[in-house]
Design a protein around this ligand. Structure first.
Ligand SMILES: O=C(O)CCC(=O)C(=O)O
Ligand SMILES: [Fe+2]
Length: 980
């Protein structure tokens, strides 16, 4: 599938803040007129009429807003046009006056007023810790401590703010007459439609941004910094992240921010520019980066720290223009016709309206595009909507129509990119559209319902190349807001995942690795929890530990499975556990059964929470976790795995250990039982993400449960490990296959921390741990690749992490699964390599039942293929082959049964293994053995409860016919030997 997940782009446009006319409401549009036809072409007269009606409504809405929204802030007093012309200072993207526009007193007064308001009435705290209050509400508040700020603000409006906007963009359409009739409405003047104070930061895991990073309403945004209460102590300052500066700053290796700003200092920009108000340390431009030019930057770390440190304030005014003459009425009813809103406003409002239309979105967006050719968001939305339409399962149309839709999507997104070359969303959507287009073309060729496409052989490379280019640009752009903490890493990670995948599809593996490393780096900076401080001298008591090992029967060597903490120093003290579980209880109660995790391994009876979500805003929990990580977890992991180095061949990471993700898992055995889950509350066999998994027990009041380790199935005794007591841990490499053993009654709570490491300059070439992640990610991308690219990428994965048994396992499986009618030498080599790869997998992990199973099947397949293609002479001797098949399949059966006993089976079809054994022994004319194996098929099917299934019946028929053959051959053989 080529269509990328659209989750990456949550296109939003800021809701209009106007109190009377929300663009979120339909109230300003004549309902009866706008629904009806769904296609622009369907009825031109009808459209003409609707179009006019819509514009009229929009003009009215804009007009109302300009006179009603912020009556407490005076509009601009028009100067003579000559006067303006003399002051023209055309600026590109923003104006940032050197001297503050508000005095220190006014800044403090406004901040104090907002603080009082938030304390008494709250500020909405919209889920990301940002409070907001309108200036109108501040003015209406009783007991403003220092109300003098209003006079200062009024003066600034007239003397600095309005003149500065007008002289900054003198050629803006909104300032000029377009038609003669407009002259009747007078000169357009600037006015304020929204004035708000924002506050953000000052708590654990606070976001760097105080305002959402998106296009604003109106025509101009005036941002005035209001400082914070701790400025003197710690110089945390305000700044404005400005998307349009990205390219320019990259060249100068600077940050795309305007600031740091002094309290009272102002930045003005067009609303169309995407910006976000952020908090930064005053030395943000002088931080010495580590030279990796990656997102894991010092500036990001320091900006996020600044945001946590203090609550910062800013004033934001939204400006537009209005025509003064038309409004001069006593009763609010205009005497003359309502003036046209500026075209940018018309387009913005129409676009916002389109968001709420289910059927007509494309049509309204097209109209919005006609109103303002320059507004890239119209094209972005159009492109996005054309793809969304094609993605919608309810959209009934033929492939050619689909192709035409995705072509339009590509057209609009390219247009958007030309108008705004710094918006990462556009390039991501462009890549999505190109992918969708390729998908359509492929289907047209397959279905052959068009002569043109029927004739064309598809060559995907050019399309994939364009996708890669767009994704690369998107990732490069997206890195900028990530680097300053304005955006989280989620979207960038998705983009880099797609980029790696596209490079793999092109066979560009070097570039794929580069993108993969950047993607992995995202994982290493995702968590807001502390990273390992490698400089600190350990003064704390770390838990003691022991290694759980198995002895390999073949070479007598010990293999490490996991570390278990022992003794009287646990990872978590009882009070730490209590704190964590209480936070989880709260969150589960809040979620009321809704999904609380990003992961999919969840069944009835299991629930999960991300520790980062729990810690956000919870100072106590976060600092407890940071302490435990720093004092216990990191030193423990580093020491234990450094000790294991000789045995495992893995260097501990060079860079600081850090949290890749951490989840609180609650297994409810009783719930699972009630839901009829035979296995209780459990997790299937898997590998984790990151490098190390730390699994900490939080209670003991349950039956069953524990971590099942596949590696332990090769030795006698238990294969489920449990920490020695609540608060203690089991730690293993993430590549060690394991499962959550069924909790059969009661509740089992654990905290699993997946650790990875920060990248260092050396990581690229020498670091094992970094390569472990590469290999895992290559393997996960493999699911999206065709066989011809899948096989080389699995080989690459194997080269990067030669110890991960999962990779040669999949490589073997895919090498075997090719065309059995292809009799070339190349195919023979593939099959032989497939067998070798599976053999390697069983050597690396002798406990993997699946690998043994597929190895047995593969040897048998190779045998059949060789016989058929006259290559019998290339096969190993029959006895040896027989032994290896028996060995492999019997191991598979034995191991799978052990897994099943623990409730953690792989789900291998054991009856098929017996059948394969019987079949192979028959081919080797070893009839007694064949009969012995075939006789076990029926019982095994019964055991699995599948006897009534159709496949079971046909398998039994096959068994019975081979059995008949074997029996007659066996008795003939017997006769033969008697005669002799
Ligand atoms: O239940 C357990 O101990 C295993 C948990 C686990 O493997 C996981 O959450 O990834
Ligand atoms: Fe796990």
């Amino acid at each position: 599938m080529f269509v990328l997940r659209s989750r990456y782009l949550r296109i939003r446009s800021r809701r209009h803040r106007g109190r009377h006319v929300g663009c979120g409401t339909h109230s300003f549009l004549p309902h009866a007129r706008v629904d009806g036809s769904t296609e622009l072409e369907s009825s031109s007269t009808h459209i003409e009429f609707s179009y006019a009606a819509i514009l009229k409504a929009i003009d009215e809405s804009h007009y109302n807003e300009t006179i009603q929204s912020c009556p407490y802030l005076q509009a601009e007093i028009p100067a003579t046009r000559d006067g303006d012309a003399r002051n023209e200072v055309h600026v590109e993207s923003y104006r940032s006056p050197a001297t503050p526009v508000l005095s220190d007193d006014a800044v403090r007064g406004l901040r104090l007023a907002a603080q009082k308001y938030f304390k008494e009435k709250g500020g909405g705290n919209n889920g990301v810790g940002v409070d907001r209050v309108s200036v109108g509400d501040l003015l209406a508040m009783d007991g403003d401590p220092e109300p003098g700020w209003k006079t200062s603000l009024d003066a600034a409006m007239m003397q600095v703010i309005y003149p500065s906007v007008r002289s900054g963009w003198p050629h803006n359409d909104a300032f000029s007459f377009t038609k003669d009739s407009d002259a009747a409405h007078g000169i357009p003047v600037l006015t304020v439609t929204s004035a708000s104070v924002f506050a953000g930061g000052g708590f654990p895991s606070a976001k760097a941004a105080m305002t959402t990073f998106e296009r604003d309403a109106g025509l101009f945004v005036v941002h005035i910094d209001l400082g914070n209460d701790n400025h003197a102590e710690t110089p945390v300052m305000g700044a404005l992240y400005m998307e349009s500066l990205v390219d320019e700053c990259k060249m100068k290796s600077d940050l795309p921010i305007v600031g740091p700003l002094l309290p009272g200092q102002m930045v003005v920009h067009q609303s169309m520019q995407r910006t976000a108000a952020i908090m930064v340390p005053s030395n943000v431009h002088h931080l010495k980066e580590n030279g990796l030019s990656t997102v894991d930057s010092l500036s990001r770390t320091h900006i996020l720290r600044a945001a946590e440190y203090t609550r910062h304030y800013a004033l934001r005014l939204i400006l537009t223009t209005k025509n003064i003459i038309g409004f001069e009425t006593s009763d609010g009813v205009p005497k003359v016709a309502i003036p046209e809103a500026p075209s940018e406003e018309r387009s913005y409002r129409l676009r916002n309206y389109a968001r709420f239309c289910r059927d007509d979105r494309v049509r309204y967006l097209t109209l919005a595009g006609l109103l303002d050719f320059d507004d890239y968001e119209n094209h972005l939305w159009l492109g996005y909507d054309y793809i969304a339409r094609v993605d919608n399962p309810e959209y009934q149309c033929d492939l050619l129509q689909r192709l035409s839709d995705v072509n339009r999507a590509v057209f609009h997104l390219e247009k958007a990119a030309a108008l705004c070359p710094t918006d990462s969303r556009i390039y991501f959507q462009l890549a999505t559209a190109i992918g969708a287009k390729m998908d359509c073309e492929k289907r047209l060729i397959l279905e052959g319902d068009d002569d043109h496409y029927h004739a064309t052989r598809s060559d995907e490379a050019p399309g994939l190349k364009r996708m890669a280019e767009a994704l690369k640009r998107s990732a490069d752009l997206e890195s900028a807001p990530v680097k300053v903490g304005v955006n989280g890493i989620e979207d960038l990670a998705i983009c880099l995942n797609a980029l790696s995948e596209t490079h793999c599809k092109l066979g560009e593996f070097g570039k794929a690795l580069n993108a993969l490393d950047r993607w992995a780096e995202c994982g290493s900076i995702r968590s807001a929890l502390a990273l390992e401080d490698t400089n600190s001298i350990q003064m704390h008591k770390t838990p003691r530990y022991e290694w759980i090992q198995v002895t390999d029967k073949r070479d007598g060597q010990n293999r490490n499975v996991a570390v278990r903490t022992v003794g009287d120093v646990p990872v978590f003290e009882p009070e730490d556990i209590a704190l964590l579980r209480a936070a989880a209880d709260n969150r589960f109660a809040l979620a009321a059964g809704m999904q609380t995790s990003r992961y999919t391994m969840q069944y009835e009876g299991n629930s999960e929470l991300h520790l980062d979500d729990l810690c956000a805003g919870d100072l106590l929990l976060k600092s407890m976790m940071n302490r435990v990580l720093q004092e216990k977890v990191y030193p423990l992991v580093r020491t234990a795995f450094a000790e294991a180095k000789d045995l495992d061949g893995d260097e501990p990471p060079l860079g600081s250990l850090c949290v890749y993700d951490s989840i609180f898992v609650r297994y409810n055995g009783d719930k699972a039982k009630a839901a009829g889950r035979r296995r209780g509350a459990s997790q299937p066999l898997h590998q984790d993400g990151g490098i190390y998994s730390v699994n900490i027990a939080l209670n003991s009041a349950h039956e069953g449960g524990g971590t099942f380790f596949e590696a332990l199935t090769v030795v006698d005794g238990t294969n489920i490990l449990r920490p020695t007591a609540p608060g203690h841990a089991i730690i293993h490499k993430t590549t060690q296959r394991h499962a959550g053993a069924p909790t059969t009654s009661g509740v089992r709570d654990i905290l699993v921390i997946f650790l990875t490491a920060r990248r260092t300059i050396k990581s690229d070439n020498v670091e094992n741990t970094w390569r472990i992640e590469r290999a895992m990610r290559l393997q996960s991308i493999g699911k999206e690749l065709n066989r011809d690219k899948l096989i080389p990428s699995l080989r690459l994965a194997r080269d990067n992490d030669p110890t991960n048994s999962e990779i040669p396992y999949w490589l073997g499986v895919h090498l075997i699964q090719g065309d059995m009618n292809d009799e070339t030498d190349e195919r023979w080599t593939e099959i032989s390599q497939g067998v070798e790869s599976l053999k390697l997998s069983t050597l690396l992990n002798p406990a993997d039942a699946r690998a043994h199973y597929h190895l047995g099947m593969a040897i048998s397949t190779r045998h059949k293929y060789a016989m058929r293609t006259k290559r019998a002479h290339l096969l190993p001797p029959a006895k040896e082959a027989g032994e290896s098949v028996i060995n492999a399949l019997e191991s598979a059966i034995r191991l799978e049964r052990k897994c099943a006993e623990a409730g953690c089976e792989n789900g291998i079809n054991l009856s098929a293994a017996f059948l394969a054994l019987g079949d192979f022994m028959t081919r080797l004319k070893s009839f007694d053995k064949a009969i012995m194996y075939l006789n076990q098929v029926e019982g095994t099917i019964r055991e699995s409860g599948d006897i009534d299934k159709e496949w079971a019946q046909s398998m039994l028929e096959e068994v019975s016919s081979i059995l008949d053959y074997c029996k007659s051959e066996a008795s003939e053989k017997m006769e033969h030997s008697l005669i002799r």
